[in-house]
Design a protein around this ligand. Structure first.
Ligand code: HEM
Length: 125
């Protein structure tokens, strides 16, 4: 396995851990807090870094289930982070207390994309 792929797998797994902590804590509290938003952005940074490094490991991107689901998961998480930050800044109480209703389905889609990424990705190296 190329070192860049190894580092990106560690980075994407860090994103999985951070996203999972956020979604779990949010579901427990039924309230979106600043700490959760910070962890969500850190997870997104690890996700984006991993995606960039996987892209750098090849000359041309092959559009298949692995790459499409990877980008789709990243885009959904980016949308969630932006929506959560906006809800906090603008004090949308209804959204802050119902955030788990969006976060859990998006997290499930992201985890499916993670598993798909690992299963397909491992065959590429
Ligand atoms: C063992 C785990 C993994 C390995 C070995 C791996 C390996 C790779 C390789 C070799 C590529 C280049 C493929 C190509 O374009 O032909 C790639 C691309 C990509 N991977 Fe992974 N991957 C893994 C897990 C994941 C996971 C878990 C995700 C997302 C949740 C992911 C998201 C992506 C994305 C979005 C690209 C396209 C990047 C680009 O070309 O711009 N990968 N991966």
């Amino acid at each position: 396995m190329k070192p860049i792929i190894l580092v990106s797998v560690i980075s994407i797994t860090t994103a999985l851990v951070l996203y999972t902590i956020v979604v779990w804590r949010n579901w427990q509290l039924k309230l979106l807090t600043t700490a959760q938003i910070i962890l969500l952005w850190l997870g997104l940074a690890a996700d984006a870094l991993a995606t960039r490094m996987m892209g750098l490991s090849v000359e041309v991107t092959t559009w298949d289930l692995h790459t499409i689901s990877g980008y789709a998961g990243l885009a959904l998480m980016a949308g969630l982070a932006v929506a959560g930050t906006w809800a906090k800044w603008s004090g949308r109480q209804a959204l802050l207390t119902s955030f788990h209703r969006f976060a859990i389905p998006i997290w499930i889609i992201w985890v499916v994309s993670y598993v798909t990424g690992v299963v397909i990705g491992i065959q590429r190296v």
